[in-house]
Design a protein around this ligand. Structure first.
Ligand SMILES: [Zn+2]
Length: 64
């Protein structure tokens, strides 16, 4: 049954099932808050950049 195990691990690793976790989801590294990019993050934008701030702990999660 070892071959079945390997096959399952490979499939999950290389091709995660759609809907389980959106590829646009972000995690707060500080408190673990999870939401989509278009979710409940506080957005701060300037002319050429923007950043997403965690609504729970105010940590900057992503900036561009
Ligand atoms: Zn947070």
């Amino acid at each position: 049954m070892t071959s079945t195990e390997i096959y399952t691990t490979c499939a999950v690793d290389s091709d995660p099932p759609p809907g389980t976790r959106s590829k646009t989801s972000l995690f707060c590294p500080d408190c673990g808050h999870e939401s989509a990019v278009t979710g409940d993050w506080s957005v701060e934008g300037t002319e050429h950049s923007w950043r997403l701030r965690c609504p729970d702990c105010d940590t900057v999660v992503q900036q561009r």
